[in-house]
Design a protein around this ligand. Structure first.
Ligand SMILES: [Zn+2]
Length: 155
């Protein structure tokens, strides 16, 4: 016996068992092989496809972590009118950062990378970076945080 995957003119696929390939040819030619779905006798052997699961070919593994901006945004305030408590907390945060970290200005991304790879003394730093630089740091797995920078007390 020989097994064929068959397809009718309407595209229905079904299985057929025949004595041999000539058995199929003669039965099909004689109109003896009918589609079980629509009864059509216009039946041909379907092309045999390699047995690769469809899903398997579409599987994509993304090694990249989700971008930082995929995180839910924090609460926002508008108009520059920060509540006093928030303003005070941010000023305190700024003081702590300024006291404990080195200011590296626009070199922040470069310096953060040097520290990450052991090329510079490990320490806390702060400074400015562009959106692009921040994204690159996040992609490299370098830990940093963006904090709102409160105006100084004396300004
Ligand atoms: Zn059919």
């Amino acid at each position: 016996m020989i097994h064929y995957q068959l397809r009718c003119e309407a595209g229905h696929e079904f299985d057929g068992w025949f004595r041999d390939s000539e058995g199929f040819e003669s039965q099909a030619a004689g109109g003896l092989v009918a589609c079980p779905s629509c009864g059509s006798v216009e039946v041909n052997r379907a092309l045999m496809a390699p047995s690769i699961p469809r899903k398997g070919r579409e599987l994509v593994v993304s090694p990249e972590p989700p971008p930082a901006d995929a995180l839910p945004p924090g609460p926002q305030t508008a108009g520059g009118a920060l509540p006093d408590a928030v303003r005070a907390a941010l000023q305190k945060l700024r003081e702590e950062v300024e006291k404990n970290c080195d200011y590296v200005g626009a070199d922040f991304a470069e310096e953060a990378r040097r520290i990450h790879y052991g090329e510079a003394a490990p320490r806390g730093i702060y400074g400015e970076s562009s959106e692009e630089e921040a994204e690159e740091l996040a992609e490299d797995g370098i830990a940093f945080a963006r904090i709102p920078w409160a105006p100084r007390n004396d300004s």
